[in-house]
Design a protein around this ligand. Structure first.
Ligand SMILES: Nc1ncnc2c1ncn2[C@@H]1O[C@H](COP(=O)(O)OP(=O)(O)OP(=O)(O)O)[C@@H](O)[C@H]1O
Ligand SMILES: [Mg+2]
Length: 524
């Protein structure tokens, strides 16, 4: 519009020049002629038509002649009779308004050539300010019109895209006021379109704006052209109830560097966020449960450990008490009862010598023999209970003696060998290995059906190794009957001297038992 006004202003200058020319020309002749009414006008080819106050054609410029298909012969004709090349609706009415009411009118017209023109009809005043008629000026605004149409079409397209978006969208100016918003925005939050435009976004009541934070992010987006996407607002929304909205936005430079607008999209993420929160709650509940289960497991484990420790301490005490009891019994049998039996044997001998009857002699001799046999048996039992040989002659000798006695008793050939440099072994280790050998060989006799076995004692890297090996039926060590206590007591004895217990066996392959016991750092 500004442009057309400028165009018409130019044509106003041209018209004034034309007026002067006409006035001069009319002074000289009364016949209508379409000569240039002044020097200046002959140089200006703007479509201009002058109509006199009785609405007759008075003058037209060549371009006006071409455009309106006017001929020289038309000069002086009433306008209402002219057949103009451009249909101007209400022309007569407008001319009358200009001449009688001094009113200017303006309109856009499309010619038969399809081109657009802006037409202005103004009163034509003489120098003495009397009305001389009307001036019609025309301007081709086709290009301008098409540009405007194009711009309008682009703008409409943008608006229809924005309108079609299912998410609420607002366009803000640099002071965060609403320039426009789409239908979703108005429908979703029930705002009135008319009253919304121009209003600061953060003053839209009902939305739970976290105003400080939102303003800061929007300002930053505007000033630094920083797009944002994770801004969330949560609370009661008009019509929708409790919602979580995620705001996304970016700045758009609208041509003019001063004119920056901000697009802000509202995204309802309530369901997603709620699901996330439920998931987190479930996760933390699981973690809590897990922690409490873990802690009760730890407690149970600690209880179990304590019970095991108690059990082991009890086993150790039992084994020690058993050994002490065996030692006491053995001593009693050996030192007390056996001494008394020896005295009884000597008494019987003396009685035999003092008797004269041969029958009595034989009876007493038999009695002495029985006493001697009982005495031998008691010595053997005492030895079984506590092998004093262990303390007096050492482990290797005690084991050799036990193996040979076992071979004779069980009819299984047991070979014993010990390394030559056998040093003094701590008493508790010696007793442990002796008892393990007894228990191990007892198992060979009871379960292995072996013809022979081998017991070896050696030292390797400051560790004592006792090996008991048989060539019997063997067994699956993973399926050991839990009723026996032989293997368990062996393991416990070994553990009490900080040793290691290794049992290897399989069906048909005999059994090998290795006991590793630590020796003092320096030989004793
Ligand atoms: N040398 C072996 N040859 C074959 N089987 C064996 C041998 N040693 C142990 N076993 C198997 O291992 C099981 C467990 O032995 P363990 O000494 O613990 O118990 P037990 O001998 O059955 O009874 P307990 O020793 O209490 O009198 C035995 O019942 C036997 O089946
Ligand atoms: Mg056993």
């Amino acid at each position: 519009m500004r442009l057309t006004r400028e165009l018409h202003a130019q044509s106003g200058i041209a018209a004034a020049a034309a007026n002067r020319g006409i006035r001069e020309r009319l002074r000289g002749s009364s016949r209508p002629a379409n000569t240039a009414p002044g020097d200046s006008l002959s140089n200006i080819d703007v479509p201009i038509v002058l109509i006199d106050r009785t609405f007759h054609l008075q003058y037209f410029t060549p371009s006006a002649g071409r455009l309106l298909r006017l001929r020289i012969g038309d000069l002086g004709s009433p306008v209402s009779r002219l057949k103009l090349g451009l249909e101007m609706p209400d022309l007569c009415k407008r001319l009358r308004a200009a001449v009688r009411d001094l009113a200017s009118t303006e309109a856009d017209l499309q010619g038969s050539n399809g081109q657009w023109y802006s037409i202005q009809i103004r009163p034509h005043l003489r120098e003495d300010q009397q009305i001389a008629g009307a001036v019609i000026s025309l301007h081709n605004i086709d290009q301008l019109k098409r540009m405007l149409q194009e711009e309008r079409r682009s703008r409409d397209l943008c608006y229809s895209i924005v309108e079609a978006l299912p998410e609420p969208l607002v366009i803000l100016d640099s002071s965060l006021r609403v320039v426009a918003a789409n239908r979703s925005f108005y429908d979703e939050f029930e705002f009135d379109r008319q009253r919304s435009e121009g209003k600061p976004l953060l003053e839209f009541a009902g939305i739970p704006w976290n105003a400080g934070a939102v303003r800061a992010v929007l300002r930053l987006a505007l000033s630094r052209n920083q797009a944002f996407s994770g801004l969330e607002i949560e609370g009661e929304f008009p019509r929708l109830g409790h919602r979580i909205m995620r705001l996304r936005g970016r700045r758009i430079d609208a041509g003019d560097p001063e004119r920056k607008i901000l697009l802000v999209l509202f995204n309802d993420v309530t369901l997603q966020k709620m699901a996330e929160r439920r998931l987190l709650a479930a996760q933390s509940a699981i973690e809590k449960n897990l922690k409490s289960t873990q802690s009760s497991l730890r407690e149970t484990e600690a209880d179990l450990l304590r019970s095991r420790e108690d059990l082991r301490a009890l086993t150790a005490r039992l084994l020690t008490t058993q050994e002490e009891e065996r030692r006491r019994l053995s001593r009693d049998l050996h030192d007390d009862i056996n001494q008394k039996l020896a005295v009884l044997e000597m008494d019987a001998e003396r009685l035999r010598q003092s008797l004269l009857s041969p029958q009595a002699d034989a009876a007493v001799e038999s009695l002495r023999g029985s006493v001697a046999a009982v005495s031998n048996e008691i010595r053997r039992v005492a030895y079984q209970l506590h092998p004093s040989i262990l303390e007096h002659l050492g482990l290797a000798v005690a084991l050799r003696s036990y193996c040979s006695e076992f071979s004779k008793r069980e009819k299984i050939r047991v070979q014993f060998s010990a390394s030559e440099q056998m040093e003094k072994i701590p008493d508790e280790v010696a007793l442990c290995l002796y008892r393990v050998t007894q228990e191990g060989l007892r198992n060979v006799a009871r379960h292995s059906a072996a013809k022979q076995a081998r017991v070896t004692l050696g030292i390797k890297e400051r560790r004592l190794r006792l090996r008991i090996r048989d060539n019997g039926v063997g067994f699956d060590t993973n399926e050991v009957r839990k009723t026996g206590i032989g293997l368990i007591s062996m393991k416990e004895r070994v553990r009490l001297v900080n040793g290691e217990f290794v049992l290897k066996s399989a069906h048909g392959e005999g059994a090998t038992l290795d006991i590793w016991a630590p020796l003092p750092k320096e030989p004793q």
